[in-house]
Design a protein around this ligand. Structure first.
Ligand code: GLA
Length: 404
């Protein structure tokens, strides 16, 4: 009897000391996280001034009101480790230190994010997390970090599930709820395992600032918006509240014409993607702001059902995408991928689609009548008893919401 009790005690201790599965903070990303990240526009050219000014602009531009929350410094904020192995921020670029920067971001009612990498060095060649996971998690928690993007460069023979689980556990035991964003580019099919470890995972290599192109860097490639969109095929069943497919940060505001910006942004919302802007918020045009801060399109991304949309049909380079929403509403987006305009007639009377993933049916053949709202015009344009005739410009999108 005494032995049994001792064994039981040992078993309980073992479970406490060596939990079998990762412990992740739940409830941090019930809808896809929204924010800003420095990489796409500024690469290694980051500083506390940039982060402060970006936080200011996030508020003054109306982006915060539209739902953007996290200000994330990507690579190159770190330069070394001190004699005890703690990570050290670049004293020239961040003279006030990361804690004071996080405090500033928090004082604006925003949240603060940072970047590291599972390997020996980050992709930019800075000191990274391998072997320092628990130590770094303590630094992040002390500084007031709310979001960690964790990259996958210089990982040699590391096992991805193991490495990301270690960091997940480290964050958990440091005691501060931190959104954990995995960035291993889809190499190890994170959609199959990362929901237990993090809140979002990159599904592809890096986005390139173009609508429809592939940029070949020799040993690796980066991908245009359309190429990334196509790489999401088959992944929607893995996403949901608390765990999202991440098709990478947006390039909206980095030089594409407005039609492409609109299409890029809309499709990220259709994908229920994390909406991480990657442009200079301090100097963005009104046109870019109107894309990034369109609350009606954002609401499609942030819909609380958390079901990623899907490509339903393709005809003459026009793709019809559907996303079931709460209350029985639907998002219907028509993406014109071609370089010329398309005239479309949508006859709702022939439209009946069942989404087997969510077990929801959109049937406009007669039983149900929906109001039709154009989310870029921001007005109701009819209802499903009448066919819809529209023109969609080249590389642009028509975003409709069907309301019950
Ligand atoms: C990788 C990531 C990018 C960015 C850079 C930083 O390429 O995929 O998003 O974080 O590293 O070096």
């Amino acid at each position: 009897m005494k032995n049994t009790k001792q064994l039981l005690l040992i078993a309980i201790m073992a479970c406490l000391l060596f939990p079998l599965k990762a412990q992740k903070y739940e409830g941090l990303a019930l809808t896809p996280p929204m924010g800003w990240n420095s990489w796409n526009k500024f690469a290694c050219n980051v500083s506390e001034e940039l982060i402060r000014e970006t936080a200011d602009a996030m508020v003054s531009s109306g982006m915060k009101d539209a739902g953007y929350e996290y200000i994330v410094i990507d690579d190159c904020w770190q330069v070394s480790r001190d004699s005890l192995g703690f990570i050290v921020a670049d004293p020239t670029r961040f003279p006030s230190g990361i804690k004071s920067l996080a405090d500033y971001v928090h004082s604006k009612g925003l949240k603060f994010g940072i970047y590291s990498c599972a390997g020996n060095q980050t992709c930019g060649g800075r000191p990274a997390g391998r072997g320092h996971e628990y130590q770094d998690a303590i630094s992040y928690a002390k500084w007031g970090v709310d979001y960690l993007k964790y990259d996958w460069c210089n990982t040699e023979n590391l096992n991805a599930i193991g490495a990301y689980t270690t960091m997940c556990d480290a964050l958990y035991s440091a005691g501060r709820p931190i959104v954990f964003s995995l960035c291993e580019w889809g190499d190890n099919k994170p959609w199959l395992w990362a929901d237990k470890v993090g809140h979002m995972w990159r599904t592809t290599g890096d986005i390139y600032n173009c609508f429809d192109c592939i940029e070949d860097h020799g040993t690796w490639k980066s991908w245009g918006v359309m190429q990334i969109l196509d790489k999401q095929d088959g992944l929607r069943k893995y996403a949901g509240p608390g765990h999202w497919n991440d098709p990478d940060m947006m390039q909206v505001g980095n030089g594409m014409p407005v039609n492409q910006e609109r299409a890029h942004f809309s499709m990220w919302c259709m994908l229920a993607a994390p909406l991480i802007s990657g442009n200079d918020l301090r100097s963005m045009s009104q046109q870019t702001l109107e894309v990034l801060a369109n609350k009606e399109v954002i609401a499609i991304d942030q819909d609380s059902l958390g079901i990623q949309g899907f490509r339903h049909a393709v005809k003459d380079s026009v793709e019809t995408w559907l996303k079931p929403l709460k209350n029985g509403d639907w998002a219907v987006f028509l993406l014109n991928r071609s370089k010329s305009i398309r005239n479309i007639e949508l006859d709702w009377k022939t439209f009946s689609v069942t989404d087997t993933l969510s077990n929801r049916t959109l049937d406009t053949t007669g039983k149900e009548i929906y109001k039709v709202r154009d989310l870029w015009l921001k007005k109701n344009i009819g209802e499903t008893r009448k066919p819809l005739k529209v023109t969609i410009p080249a590389q642009d999108v028509l975003c409709l919401k069907l309301l019950k």
